[in-house]
Design a protein around this ligand. Sequence first.
Ligand code: GDP
Length: 368
Amino acid sequence: KEDKLICPGCGAGIQTQDPEKPGYVPPAALNREIVVCMRCFRLQHYNEVQEIPLRNTDFTNQLHDLAKEDALIVKIVDAFDIEGSWIPGFQRYIGRNDVLLLVNKMDLLPKSINENRLKDWIRREAKEQGLKPADIMLMSAEKKQSVEKAAAKMDELRHGKDVYITGCTNVGKSTFINALIEAFSGDEEQRITASGYPGTTLDLIDIPLDDGRSMYDTPGIINERQMAHYVSRSDLKTLTPSREIKPRIYQLEEKQTLFIGGLARMDFNEGSRNSFVMYVDNDLLIHRTKLDNADTLYENQKGEMLSPPGRETLDEMPAFAEHTFHIKQPKMDIVISGLGWITVVEPDAVVTVYAPKGTGVTIREAVI
Ligand code: GDP
């Protein structure tokens, strides 16, 4: 297995059989001095991401091996999309190893957030997933906030063992590892998308640590509840916030509807006058209308006023699926995985949310 080729960009085993699977290179490309898989090659040269179907089955094979290691497992989650950050059955795959939970993209949440409350909520959510983290840290890999603090916590909790960095796609795993490499080697040239590290028996990327131990990057798993998987690349850019979200408040009477571009719709079916606080990208259009007009408006305006998706990418998005919530308590969040959430302020409301079929839509106690 030693001489098996590993893509230095993503850690997948190089193969020439199936272009649909990770690690594919055209046979001719095997002669290159450094063999990079087609996906990473395109990423480097054309900035274009190819969808690779890396499903649970592929990934859990690799996770299984983690249970056999004696290591610290770092699990990265996306603060803006906790729902879309979990890996089902994760604790089982990693055995008795300690887990450090790193909550990334904190820069997107309003500064007013109560960090202790957020941590408590994440701890409860983790527990529901069967996961009991040794510690939870909040950070922003992109803004390089608390990255070194997270690294220090990693060093403290690993007790001289190896470290495995795990996470779903889009949570910022690569950004975090690059930030670590930059912080500790001071060398931007070493970024993992650009240069190679020796592969290991687990098909993982191996980053040497000071004491002869290693930090391993593992391939990202796809959590199919993220809206990211149901919209085009260009629409994904539009719906993903890049700076602190400014909450937008709407006072609605029953039988009113809000559209979030053409990506989601919320109907206030029943209840007395209520406030709805929208936590979505600041540039996304929020359009209010009467429930009675909503269907017609959507038919006439989707891809036009109600965008993204735009005219060209409308067909790529699955049709809306409907999720109805009977809300009894005050201050509840309806979360649309990857798009954001809506806080329903007053209790006793019946609300229906529409989102592209497949996207996770759930309810929780408000975090802000
Ligand atoms: P990976 O799939 O887990 O490796 O995720 P990437 O590192 O490729 O990041 C996914 C997306 O999230 C990219 O668009 C990043 O720019 C963005 N991202 C990563 N870290 C942060 C962060 O701390 N804050 C914000 N706002 N965006 C981030």
